[in-house]
Design a protein around this ligand. Structure first.
Ligand SMILES: [Zn+2]
Length: 234
């Protein structure tokens, strides 16, 4: 008799695992949210992989429209550009943890995962005085040991309701996709860096922000940080 499970069962198990690792609504490897409540016309704009040399230009646009955002920063980029990380904080935006060196956490040891989160927490706090409350996994990939690390550092995982693919698409495509994905409680994900690259080309992201923010303001949306979106009374 064949002791191997039927192929369909293997397929189901592997797709379940893929959802646990990458699924935006999965909390299998640690508490995670992917959108806010739907009862208010508010959404959150989030940026990953910064700070980068292009971040100040994004800050200028956000200031022009007086909107707040959340920046999930990599510790290594904060070490490289601490003044820009501080400027993000000084302008009242929220800073989240996006790991130290932007690795795939998938298949990493629990100790290695904890080190990535802790080193980023300490680096961000050292340079900006802010201790992040939210964590976004690089590539949206979670793994065993992340939940424990998050609990130890009191971090809540944050995925997204829409991601812009602003590293590979044209700005008009990104704007159209993000505008169509906007809804009450949406969490929109863009990138003010490109992993750990120096001088990342974020022109598409800058152009997207320049067009997307007024479009969504015209539609009546309020821009909030993740903390405010999830917990409006704080
Ligand atoms: Zn990233």
């Amino acid at each position: 008799m064949n002791a191997l499970p039927p192929l369909a069962a293997v397929g189901a198990a592997s797709s379940l695992m893929a959802w646990a690792v990458r699924g935006r609504s999965a909390s299998v490897f640690g508490r995670s949210v992917w959108r806010g409540p739907r009862d208010r016309r508010a959404l959150a704009l989030t940026f990953d992989d910064g700070p980068g040399e292009g971040t100040p230009e994004i800050l200028e646009i956000l200031a022009e429209y007086e909107v707040s955002a959340t920046f999930f920063q990599c510790g290594a980029n904060v070490d490289r550009l601490p003044e820009i990380a501080c400027e993000v904080a000084a302008r009242g935006h929220e800073i989240g943890n996006h790991s130290y060196s932007h690795p795939y956490l998938f298949l990493r040891s629990p100790g290695g995962i904890e080190n990535e989160l802790r080193r980023a927490q300490e680096t961000i706090e050292w340079h900006t005085g802010i201790r992040p409350a939210f964590f976004r996994a690089p590539y949206g990939a979670r793994w065993f040991g992340l939940g424990r690390a998050q609990r130890k550092m009191q971090l809540t995982g944050v995925m997204w309701s829409a991601i812009g693919y602003d590293w590979s698409r044209r700005a008009d495509e990104v704007v159209a996709h993000m505008a169509a994905s906007a809804s009450n409680g949406a969490i929109l994900c863009l990138h003010d860096g490109r992993e750990l690259r120096e001088k990342p080309d974020v022109r598409t992201t800058v152009e997207t922000v320049r067009r997307l923010v007024p479009t969504l303001l015209d539609r009546g949306y309020k821009f909030e940080t993740i903390g405010r979106l999830l917990c409006p009374k704080t």
